[in-house]
Design a protein around this ligand. Structure first.
Ligand SMILES: *Cc1c(COP(=O)(O)O)cnc(C)c1O
Length: 408
């Protein structure tokens, strides 16, 4: 097989033509700042689609999470329970407020925060009042269990739905399960504005605060009057034009991503692997990224340091490093699973709570398949596959063949 002439991306922007019309409109009417029709319309489109009362358009998902953390009243030194296996943007805003993330281990059913570990965390840190939970790769977390636990302990949920826009859990859209929720329009998300994000909430006061904070916290006065710290976090009306043009195509993108997921699933049925899982009786992911997990007995030897990896290939077996290197050789882009936060050098001293209690202090926290440190296990055996919705079925068949060859 020859390498692809045109690179196959993990997930790249897909434009449709309407975007440029709204950008042009902003240009022609000279609404080139952080005020304008595109922003207003986008906010109402988002509320309608997602089913929330208020949407505040912001510069990115991270700024939405930051304002959510502030709205939740997080203060310096507070403990905050956080998803462990996620992009670090989920957690950075907790640090912006000088609070203390406590990482909650992952479960195998949806690859999200484990409710059993969360309950354990409340035993260990009963005064915790805020939970930041992400929906990994577009699959909703176990919200029945998570919300029940949060309610019982009087904790607020911040939902990081940056990866899961359009996904549903028991018919409700993700981005509605927290008191404050964030979505993202970053360039590789399911729809994009090149950048951008939104804070979603049903609380009018909170939405108004977020609007004020995101525009440098101006008080209502004839001059620039300030009583509290502000941020330059508002979305540009130009970016809003792109997102406005993308929104009508969200469902189409989801259908394409789902077809990619199903094709992989079918293509890999004879390999010792599974796809990123979900409970089809209660949830419909947006299938943002298709991922695979190699069975323990399908793993060849693979060792990772902080900056490097090596492996010994073996007939009938493979590993994420071998597959990612092989894909790259053929000009296709995969990605390791998000390396869990508790394994990151910068969070070395932060607590990590697993199902059976404190995940720190073990001499050997990672034992493949032991279920002791689920995040480390999925990181070791899993990877993200090329999931670009512009990838053709023929191209995907070649990707599948390339991966099958890794196991030969
Ligand atoms: C992309 C992403 C974010 C951040 O969104 P930006 O718009 O890039 O700031 C936050 N959390 C998760 C899980 C993400 O994947």
């Amino acid at each position: 097989m020859k390498p692809f002439e045109k690179k196959i991306y993990l997930s790249s922007p897909t434009m449709h033509g309407d975007e440029i019309k709204y950008v042009q409109e902003a240009y022609d009417t000279n609404w080139m700042s952080t005020v304008g029709e595109n922003i207003n319309v986008l906010e109402s489109i988002a509320c309608e689609k997602i089913g929330c009362k208020h949407a505040v358009a912001l510069s990115c998902g991270t700024s939405a999470l930051h304002l959510a953390v502030k709205l939740a009243g997080v203060k310096p030194g507070d403990n905050v329970f956080c998803t462990d296996m996620t992009f670090d943007a989920t957690v950075n805003p907790v640090l912006y407020e000088k609070a203390n993330p406590i990482f909650i281990d992952t479960e195998y059913d949806t690859w999200n925060m484990d409710p059993v570990a969360l309950e354990k965390a409340f035993e260990l840190y009963p005064d915790t009042k805020v939970i930041v939970i992400a929906n990994l790769y577009g699959t909703p977390a176990k919200f029945d269990e998570i919300c029940e636990i949060a309610n019982r302990h009087g904790a607020i949920i911040i939902e990081d739905a940056a990866e899961s826009l359009g996904a549903t859990y028991k018919g409700a859209q993700t981005g509605t399960f927290g008191t404050y929720n964030a979505i993202s329009f970053n360039g590789n998300k399911i729809i994009t504005g090149s950048s951008g994000g939104m804070l979603l909430t049903d609380d009018l006061d909170a939405a108004n605060k977020a609007r004020k904070w995101s525009t440098q916290s101006r008080e209502n006065a004839p001059w620039y009057q300030h009583e509290e710290v502000g941020y330059n976090y508002r979305m540009s009306n130009v970016i809003a034009g792109v997102v406005r043009g993308q929104f009508p195509y969200l469902d189409e993108h989801i259908a394409q991503k789902k077809a990619i997921y199903e094709r992989y699933k079918e293509g890999f049925k004879d390999l010792p692997v599974t796809m990123n899982p979900y409970d089809e009786t209660i949830m419909e992911p947006n299938f943002w990224l298709s991922c695979m997990l190699i069975n323990e007995d399908g793993m060849c030897k693979q060792v990772r340091s902080d900056n490097d990896a090596c492996y010994i290939s073996e007939p009938g077996k493979s590993c994420p490093t071998e597959i990612l290197e092989t894909l790259a050789k053929y000009n296709a882009e995969g990605r390791p699973i998000w390396k869990p936060m508790h394994m990151q050098p910068m969070y070395r001293m932060n607590p990590f709570v697993t199902r059976d209690g404190n995940g720190r202090g073990r001499t050997n926290a990672y034992i493949a398949g032991s279920g002791i440190d689920v995040g480390a296990d999925i990181f070791a055996r899993g990877l993200c596959l090329p999931s670009d919705n512009k990838m053709t079925a023929d191209e995907q068949d070649i990707i599948i063949e390339i991966i099958k060859n890794c196991f030969r």
